[in-house]
Write a protein that binds this ligand. Structure first.
Ligand code: NAP
Length: 286
């Protein structure tokens, strides 16, 4: 049986560090504050937003969920983001996706002040993710790498097959993997034979959003699989992109749920702490 790379221990370690930072900030009179924005209509994102509220409470971080009705105008969300940008008591802003069709996530997200952009979605932070300059990098790609390292796996010199090149996970993960000195092959919806690329991979990352995209017939017993996919199955369960029986055919695999998603939330709060440090630096420059 494969090593099951559960994320709870890694996430708890991150939370311990954050709690120390939160109490140190408290001594400086700083109360970390995360504002999230949601447009009603997607039960999954409402669930994730509530999960963040519970974690924030546990960490001593202030949290406010700004919820809009499904017919909200884009301009109204942008106006809120601009107010939050100017409010010095707010340190992190994030928009829960998906947004309804009539709202452009890209236009909304680019309004966030880069130093408060804890999920690395603004053009400035996307560029930093690409170049390696200091900034706030997207949480899920960071969580994928963090999980692997937590289990003692290194990426340097390894053959990595990344399945998915989406804006949220695959594309930024590709940039981070380059800097980990991995040799990366990127597969996507037009790749005819993904199994042939996996046959010479040491490590695979899945970021597709299709259940059973990786089946046991596509893998080998030395492969390490990090599954970032989140899919709702027909019977209402949450599943990754890898088939349920993958653990019998690979060396290590991250579970869904309880893997990358669990660590992603921790990394978001880690980014909030980094955002506060960046904002403190900005204040010193004024
Ligand atoms: P996305 O933007 O929709 O991108 C999906 C990628 O998968 C695209 O590159 C697409 O190829 C590729 N793809 C689609 N069908 C394929 C197929 N049959 N075979 C191979 N590749 C295929 O997705 P995303 O927003 O990056 O998210 C990816 C997954 O991560 C989703 O399941 C999402 O729910 C999950 N996610 C997880 C977390 C977490 O915390 N764990 C956070 C965010 C997202 P093309 O580029 O050719 O279209």
């Amino acid at each position: 049986m494969a090593l099951l790379m559960k994320a709870k221990e890694a996430a708890d370690r991150v939370y311990m560090e954050i709690m120390t930072e939160v109490s140190e900030l408290g001594m400086q009179g700083i109360q970390p504050y995360l504002a999230t924005i949601i447009v009603e209509g997607d039960p999954a994102s409402a669930y994730y937003a509530e999960a963040k509220r519970r974690i924030a409470e546990r960490l001593g971080v202030s949290f406010h969920l700004h919820a809009f009705k499904a017919d909200v105008e884009e301009a109204e969300i942008i106006a809120l983001i601009r107010r939050l940008n100017e409010d010095a008591s707010i340190h992190g802003i994030m928009v829960e996706l998906p947004l309804p069709q009539h709202i452009s996530a890209r236009r909304v997200e680019r309004e966030i002040r880069p130093s408060k952009d804890i999920d690395g979605v603004t053009p400035q932070n996307k560029l930093a993710t690409l170049t390696g300059e200091d900034g706030l990098y997207p949480a899920t790609p960071q969580a994928c790498i963090h999980l692997l390292k937590h289990y003692g796996f290194s990426l340097e010199g390894k053959n990595v097959t990344l399945v998915g090149r989406g804006q949220t996970v695959g594309l930024p993960l590709f940039h981070l993997l380059q800097r980990e000195q991995a040799t990366v092959t990127v597969c996507h919806s037009r790749t005819p034979d993904i199994a042939s690329h996996l046959s010479h991979a040491d490590i695979a990352f899945l970021a597709v959003g299709r259940p059973n995209r990786m089946t046991s017939a596509m893998v080998h017993d030395r492969l390490i699989v990090v599954d970032a996919g989140i899919n709702e199955t027909e019977d209402g369960r949450i599943a990754g992109d890898g088939a349920a029986d993958l653990d019998a055919y690979v060396a290590a695999v991250s579970p869904v749920p309880g893997g990358v998603g669990t660590l992603t939330t921790a990394v978001l709060f880690q980014n909030l702490m980094k955002a506060i440090r960046i904002q403190q630096g900005e204040e010193e420059q004024i």
